[in-house]
Design a protein around this ligand. Structure first.
Ligand code: CP3
Length: 320
C-alpha cells in the first residue's frame, strides 16, 4: 500500500487535465476513477480514497483554494477565538456527501478485490494549514498561538476533532474498511507538547472510532514521539523512513508497523529498489508489518519503479 493516486500516473494527469483538483474531489465518478487507477495500473493491494485531508475544513466554512503550483491555501486563516466562532459544525452528509458517494462507487467497482482505506488529517495537522493559511516552513502563527493562548487553540482543535469524528464515521458507513489518520506536522512538537496539544483531540477521535474499523496513525518526522504514539490505542503505527523499523520497534515493541520505504528511493534504479524493499522487510521483523512508503509518492516517480516496488513487496513479504 502507498499513497497511490496522483501526479506520477499519466492516467491521473489525463483526468486532472479535465478538472481542477477540488472539482475532481467533488465529482464522485472522477474521484472513484482515480482511486481505482493505482489498483489497476500498479497492482497495490489496497485502494486509498481519492480526497484530501483539508476537505472537512472547507465543510466547516473555511474557504479553501488549490492554486496552480502553490498547494492548498486558506485565504482567511483562523487565528483568534473570534475566528473559531465563525466556523460551522457541518452536517457531513450535506457538505461532504460527495466523498461518501465516491467511496460507495469504489466499493462497488472493487467488488471485494482489495480493501478500501479512508483517511483524515489529525486535528493538529489540519489546524496547521488552517491557522497558517496554507503550507508553512516554520508554522509561526500556529506555534505562537500554542504558546500565547493554548486553551483557545485547544478549542479549535476540539472543534476540528468533532467534525472529523462525524466525517470518519460517514466514511465507515460508506464502506471504508480501515482509516488512516495523517499527522504530517505532528513532528514539529516535542513529546511533551505533542502530549499536551496534539494528543487530546486525536485521542478523542481514536476513542470515538474504537471498535469500528482498523485505525492507522501516521506521523511524519515523529521519531521522537514514538513513546507517546505507542500508548495510542490504534491498530497500526505508520512511520517515515528516517529511522529503521528495528529501531522503532525498540520503543514500540511488536505492534503492527506500516512503512517506511523512502519515497525518494523510488527514483533509484530498479535493482536498488528491490534491494531496499528486502532491507525494509528485514528491518520490520519482530511484529506485524505493512510494507509501504514512508510518505507520499513523489510526482516524478517513474511508473515502472512504483510497480517494481509493489512487486518486490509482494514477492518478498511473508503474509501472516
Ligand atoms: O494517495 C492519494 O493521492 C490519495 C488521496 C490523498 C491526497 N492528499 C490527494 C492529493 C491523500 C491521502 C492526501 C493527504 C494529504 N493532503 C496530506 C497528508 C499526507 C501527507 O502527504 O503528509 C496533506 C498534508 C494534504 C494537503 C495537501 N493536498 C497538500 C500539501 C497538497 C499539495 C501537494 C503538493 O505537493 O503540491 C495537496 C494536493 C493534493 N492532494 C494532490 C493530491 C493527488 C495533488 C493535486 C494535484 O493534482 O495538483
Amino acid at each position: 500500500m502507498m499513497r497511490q493516486a496522483g501526479r506520477y500516473l499519466p492516467e491521473y494527469r489525463a483526468v486532472r487535465a479535465k478538472a481542477d483538483f477540488l472539482t475532481l474531489c467533488k465529482t464522485p465518478e472522477l474521484a472513484a476513477e482515480v482511486t481505482l487507477q493505482p489498483v489497476r495500473l500498479v497492482g497495490v493491494d489496497a485502494a486509498i480514497l481519492f480526497a484530501d485531508i483539508l476537505l472537512p475544513l472547507e465543510a466547516m466554512g473555511a474557504e479553501l483554494v488549490f492554486a496552480k503550483g502553490d498547494g492548498p491555501t486558506f485565504p482567511h486563516p483562523v487565528r483568534t477565538r473570534e475566528d473559531i466562532e465563525k466556523l460551522r459544525t457541518p452536517d457531513v452528509e450535506e457538505s461532504l456527501g460527495y466523498v461518501f458517494d465516491a467511496m460507495r462507487l469504489v466499493r462497488r467497482e472493487l467488488d471485494g478485490q482489495v480493501p478500501l482505506i479512508g483517511f483524515g488529517g489529525t486535528p493538529w495537522t489540519l489546524a496547521a494549514y488552517l491557522v497558517e493559511g496554507g503550507g508553512s516552513k516554520h508554522f509561526e502563527h500556529l506555534l505562537a498561538w500554542s504558546y500565547g493562548d493554548p486553551e483557545g487553540l485547544a478549542r479549535l482543535l476540539d472543534r476540528i476533532a468533532d467534525t472529523s469524528i462525524a466525517y470518519l464515521r460517514g466514511q465507515i458507513a460508506a464502506g471504508a474498511q480501515a482509516l488512516q489518520l495523517f499527522d504530517t506536522w505532528g513532528g514539529v512538537l516535542d513529546l511533551q507538547r505533542w502530549r499536551a496539544l496534539a494528543l487530546p483531540p486525536l485521542r478523542k477521535i481514536v476513542d470515538a472510532l474504537q471498535g469500528t474499523v482498523p485505525l492507522i496513525y501516521y506521523v511524519n518526522g515523529g521519531g521522537h514521539l514514538l513513546e507517546g504514539m505507542s500508548e495510542l490505542p490504534v491498530d497500526v503505527l505508520s512511520v517515515d523512513w528516517r529511522q529503521p523499523l528495528s529501531k522503532v520497534r525498540r520503543t514500540v515493541g511488536p505492534r503492527v508497523l506500516q512503512g517506511n520505504f523512502d519515497p525518494a528511493a523510488l527514483l533509484a534504479p530498479i535493482p536498488e529498489i528491490e534491494r531496499r524493499v528486502a532491507a525494509v522487510i528485514e528491518e520490520g521483523k519482530g511484529g506485524g508489518h505493512i510494507v509501504n512508503l514512508g510518505h507520499g509518492i513523489l510526482p516524478m516517480t517513474p511508473v515502472d519503479h512504483a510497480k517494481a516496488f509493489v512487486e518486490a513487496a509482494k514477492r518478498l513479504s511473508v503474509r501472516s
